[in-house]
Design a protein around this ligand. Structure first.
Ligand code: AMP
Length: 280
């Protein structure tokens, strides 16, 4: 496995490999790798000749300094994992390498970023777009893999690729979960043992939402689920929304959309967790 910290050097390497006719698969991550990341990596490995994984905790996408400082980091463990899963190239830039000058890029994702994560994490998606665009420019992959766990991010990235006319295929991968349903996330490492047990409540409640959909209208279902979270004192709900899977706008009637997803963001103590479930 080759490790690069320099943009210039990894660019030269991936261009050389492209020139040799190799297809490049890319999985961007913020490290603290878990089985969720590995599912993306495995898929990329199967579908492309060369697998590039980046590990970079992107400060621009954190709107909360506490969240940034407490974000789990373990590069040595990540490298070991990546060696064993057949990663060809790892890109580990530092902040200066990614952002030698203050950034000025301003992306506009319209109404895709005025809901859910966009509302509660101002500037988050602009920060995501800046780093992903730069990583795409540096690595120039044929295919890039993103998890449906961060579905709104995935939608924003698809929009970025379309508006910036980037020649990369975006591949979406299903959410990997623990046995009790909790979506795998690097932030789960910050949960206490007690909180970790309580956390399965999130997916259970999403499943309940899916089950109840035939019996009540979307607005009532939304309120029911909000009430269920509010009644559980372990959790502080930020939002629960049922939205169209393309526009991400709230739906008023089950017939109004062909695909719908329910999204949730909650605080469990000091840890913010997000999840989603396809309703239709
Ligand atoms: P992160 O390191 O959290 O930025 O995540 C890197 C990539 O892994 C993103 O595309 C995430 O959506 C994806 N990912 C994170 N958790 C999961 C999961 N539980 N299942 C599938 N993909 C995931």
């Amino acid at each position: 496995m080759l490790t690069y910290t320099s943009r210039k050097e990894i660019s030269e390497k991936t261009e050389q490999l492209r020139g040799e006719g190799k297809s490049i698969g890319f999985v961007p991550t913020m490290g603290a790798l878990h089985r969720g990341h590995l599912s993306l990596i495995e898929r990329a490995n199967n579908e492309t000749d060369i697998l590039v994984v980046s590990v970079f905790v992107n400060p621009l996408q954190f709107n909360n300094t506490g969240d940034l400082t407490s974000y789990p980091r373990d590069l040595q463990a990540d490298k070991k994992i990546l060696e064993t899963v057949g990663c060809d190239i790892i890109f580990v830039p530092d902040e200066k390498e990614m952002y030698p000058k203050p950034t000025t890029e301003k992306y506009n994702f319209g109404t895709l970023e005025t809901v859910m994560e966009g509302t509660f994490r101002p500037g988050h998606f602009n920060g995501v777009a800046i780093v992903v665009k730069r990583l795409f420019d540096i690595i120039n992959p044929h295919r890039a893999y993103f998890g449906e766990k961060d579905y709104q991010q995935l939608t924003i990235i698809r929009k970025l690729v379309e508006t910036e006319k980037i020649a990369v295929e975006i591949v979406s991968c299903p959410t990997l979960r623990e046995d009790d349903g909790l979506a795998l996330s690097s932030r789960n490492a910050n949960l206490t043992t007690e909180q970790r047990k309580e956390a399965s409540f999130i997916f259970q409640t999403l499943q309940l939402a899916k089950k109840r959909k035939n019996h009540i209208c979307p607005a009532h279902l939304r309120q029911l689920i909000i009430n269920i979270f509010d009644a559980n004192k372990n959790f502080k709900l930020e939002y629960f929304e049922i939205v169209d899977d393309k526009t991400l706008q709230p739906i008023m009637a089950w017939e109004s959309s062909k695909g719908m997803i329910a999204f949730v963001a909650v605080w469990l103590g000091k840890v913010r967790l997000i999840d989603n479930i396809r309703i239709i």
